[in-house]
Every structure is written in C-alpha cells, then in structure tokens.
Design a protein. Sequence first.
Length: 278
Amino acid sequence: MSDASLPGVGAAAAPDVQSSFSELCKIVARLRAPNGCPWDREQTNESLLPGLIEEAYEVGSAVRAHDDQNLREELGDLILLAVMHSQIAEEKGRFSIADVLENVIAKLIRRHPHVFGSSEVRDTDGVVKQWEAIKREEKDVPGGYYLADLPAALPALMRAQKAQKKAARVNFDWTEIAEVVAKVDEELTEAQRAIASGHQSAIVDEIGDLLFAVVNLARKSKLDAETALQTATDKFVSRFNRVEDELRGRGKKLGEAGLEELDQIWNTVKLKAAEEPQ
C-alpha cells in the first residue's frame, strides 16, 4: 500500500527514511545469509525474545530519563529486532516485514475512523472506547469475554493497570478517588488480619489484593504504576547509596552496622534529600 492510497495522507515519506529502512532490511538479510554472521544466523524468534523485552525496557528507561540520545539508540535497537524477527519469519515462509507493515497500516486506518472515515468521535475518551469496540469486533476472543485478550506475559503492575483501564472503559470504575483510597485502607486491614492469622495462602491473597488496589489508586491519580514504582525504587537506591557512603565515612561496611544505626543514618539522608532543590 502506497502513502498516496492512505485516506487523508498527503505526500510520501521522505526518501531518506524509505532508503534507510530498506538498507536496514538488506543488512539484516545479509547477516542472516549463508555467508553472513554466525551469531545472527543461529538466532530464532524464541532466542531473540529476551533481547526484545530488554530493549523495550531500555526504551522506557531512556524516555523516563528524558535522554534523547539514548532514546534514539534504543529505538534503533528495538526496530532492528522487529526487522530481525520478520526476516526469520520470511525465511520460513511465514510472513515478511512488508506483511508486518501492511498489517499495522491497515489496522491504524480501521481503528481511526474519526481520522480516515466518517466517525464524529473527537474527544480522547470517545476515541479510546471506539478503538476497543473496533478491536472486539475484529478479534475472535475466546469465550467472548472482554478481558480475554489481556496479555498474560505483561509485568504484573502493567497487567493490573491495563485490566483496570479496560474495565473502566465499560463503566466499571470508582467515581471518586476517595473511594479508591478507602479500598486501599480496606485491603490493608485485610492484609494485616491475614498476616496475624499466619495462613500463607491468605497472606498471598490479601497482599495481592492490596497491590491491585494501590495500582488502581495510581491509575485514578493519572499515574503509571510501573513508572511510579520505578521512581520510588530509584529514590531508595540513591538514598541507600548515601547511607553506604556515610558508613564508609565511619570506617564501617554494610552488614557491620545494626538497624538502629542504619535507621538513624537513613533518616538524616532523607531529611537532607528533602531539603535539596528538586
């Protein structure tokens, strides 16, 4: 499909973009050729999967750091892996990178009737609901359940938030954030009761519910739970590094100081951090 055939799209992409992508595809094919790179020739879709996941996280890290130079590099690595996966599939006669591109182009047009069609939807909420409705019509969902296509392989925080977002789009959602806070309090109380009971299965169940409720609180606060936890972890690591520095200044190593001393240093570090300009 050419750019000229896209509804509402004008001139074709700049030649340098087309030629660069074509060159990348040729290079990958050359690496996979009989006289290419031994390592690249050994790869399969399965063997490349850990790298694909890692590169996606590297992209996320660059975005959070607002590091454009690193983002440009990591996006390149991610695109490379997409081309590599497609090249492997093409060699087996399954599909090609052209098929991948045709598929995503067609999907974007189908799911944006407010841009390429006659839909009158204009606000973001309406667009998202329209996308979900079109997606449900397209996919043969097992059992017809709305959440059946929720990816099981997603990290737990992301999967929980995605499930909550999807449920919210069909009106299954708290109206006020105070209700979500109350639910977090309720789940915390239940988790405390489970811990007091000593029953491991109950503890797992209630702490899981508590985590799910906290993810919901992040979502209702218009935050990404994964990003919020990453930020909190980065903050913890930074402050713990300062605790370690202070211990070194006292001629000690981690493991040689007791909790009371560590807690005192931690509180000092925390206080100093709060006073620093953000």
